[in-house]
Design a binder for this molecule. Structure first.
Ligand SMILES: NC(=O)c1ccc[n+]([C@@H]2O[C@H](COP(=O)([O-])OP(=O)(O)OC[C@H]3O[C@@H](n4cnc5c(N)ncnc54)[C@H](O)[C@@H]3O)[C@@H](O)[C@H]2O)c1
Length: 339
């Protein structure tokens, strides 16, 4: 295959990063950018004057010269644009969340399968070097058996008016949780509150818990109404505990040699038979590289070499099912919902 020709649809605050990234990738060629807003197209023209821009994305999608479409528009438009792209034979990367509706996501997954096209979802953090490191140590059981995970993704940040904090932030945490916990998510519960846009019912803060078939639980807090900027994961294993703090510049992962051995418990003297260990803290050296560049490279590599992306359409659908369940639970005061 010649260098795939790529267009980016949606060049807003996040999509512009895709424009910059795909423009710089050596194995593909950026051949167009679409956005509805003139100011966003002007920004593209200013920085990349040779790249054609269009308000109407159909002009690119109908062009047989275009091989690949990257969609970074607002979530409610993902389905229609991705469907148009797949129906016109384009490989497709769609930002998270894949769609807002499970049936729609299933339709995209099936369309891509039927037409032998690559469908990938922008679960960016799966391409973060620290998450790759976590995956290795979890799979090798270096921390023993996984017991539970909790995450925080909070700050005082961009308040959205169409999607709530769950849909805006939690796809990242859920995608990491599903990736690390080698088991199916079976149930989810969520509670939260609306403060800033009460009439629209947009949740500013959400606490969710996912229950996995193997007994692991994963819980997360997401908010754009918080004094701290925190992007942190804590994984508790039976032998060791690990933190991934994405706000740390270099020392993103810490492995704590801490745990409690309950394997020889004699129930008549329970407390005495639990053996605590509290050892060293290891900070592994991780070669950090830009996740977005890795994600884009992986996508193009999968297209050229007919590989299945790590965050393929099915992965997008799995994350979506948890989001949909969490949303239902939010609306039912935290009632657990089967996934
Ligand atoms: N992976 C990540 O880390 C990450 C981070 C931020 C946002 N996102 C995702 O990226 C997407 C965009 O988010 P954003 O913050 O850039 O939003 P945004 O509102 O800043 O940008 C969306 C852009 O899409 C354009 N658009 C909408 N419909 C269009 C159409 N039919 N044709 C052409 N352009 C169209 C809009 O004009 C707008 O400029 C969302 O799905 C969001 O969840 C992902």
């Amino acid at each position: 295959m010649n260098k795939p020709k790529v267009v980016v649809i949606g060049s807003g605050s996040w999509g512009f990063n895709h424009v910059r990234t795909f423009y710089a990738l050596p194995d593909c060629e950026l051949v167009g950018v679409s956005d509805l807003v003139e100011k966003n197209l002007e920004r593209v023209k200013k920085q990349f004057p040779e790249i054609p821009v269009e308000k109407d994305y159909q002009k690119f999608i109908k062009n047989p010269e275009v091989d690949v479409v990257v969609i970074a528009t607002s979530a409610e438009t993902h389905f229609q644009i991705a469907k148009d792209a797949l129906l016109n034979g384009k490989h497709c990367m769609v930002e998270k969340p894949i769609t807002l509706d499970i049936n729609e996501a299933e339709e995209l997954v099936n369309l891509a399968k039927e037409r032998n096209l690559t469908l990938m979802v922008g679960h960016l953090l799966l391409y973060h070097s620290a998450v790759e490191y976590l995956k290795k140590i979890v799979d090798k059981k270096s921390i023993g058996d996984m017991l539970y995970i909790y995450s925080q993704r909070v700050n005082l940040g961009k308040v959205r008016s169409k999607e709530n904090a769950l849909w805006s932030f939690a796809p990242h945490d859920i995608s990491i949780m599903l990736h690390l916990i080698n088991s199916n998510a079976v149930k989810v519960s969520a509670t939260g509150q609306t403060f800033l846009q009460k009439r629209k019912g947009i949740y500013d803060v959400v606490f969710f818990t996912i229950y996995f078939k193997n007994g692991v639980i994963a819980t997360g807090q997401v908010s754009w109404l918080d004094p701290h900027k925190i992007r942190k994961f804590t994984i508790v294993g039976s032998k060791k505990m690990v933190t991934f703090d994405d706000m740390e510049m270099r020392e993103k992962i810490r492995i704590y040699d801490k745990g409690v051995d309950a394997s020889n418990v004699q129930y008549d003297s329970f407390a005495e038979s639990l053996i605590l260990h509290d050892g060293d803290i290891k900070i592994p050296k991780i070669n950090l590289s830009e996740p977005l560049k890795k994600e884009a490279n992986h996508f193009i590599d999968c297209i050229i070499n007919h590989k299945t992306p790590l965050s393929d359409g099915q992965n997008g659908l799995d994350v979506l099912k948890v989001l949909v369940g969490a949303q239902k639970s939010l609306e039912q005061n935290g009632q657990p919902i089967e996934i």
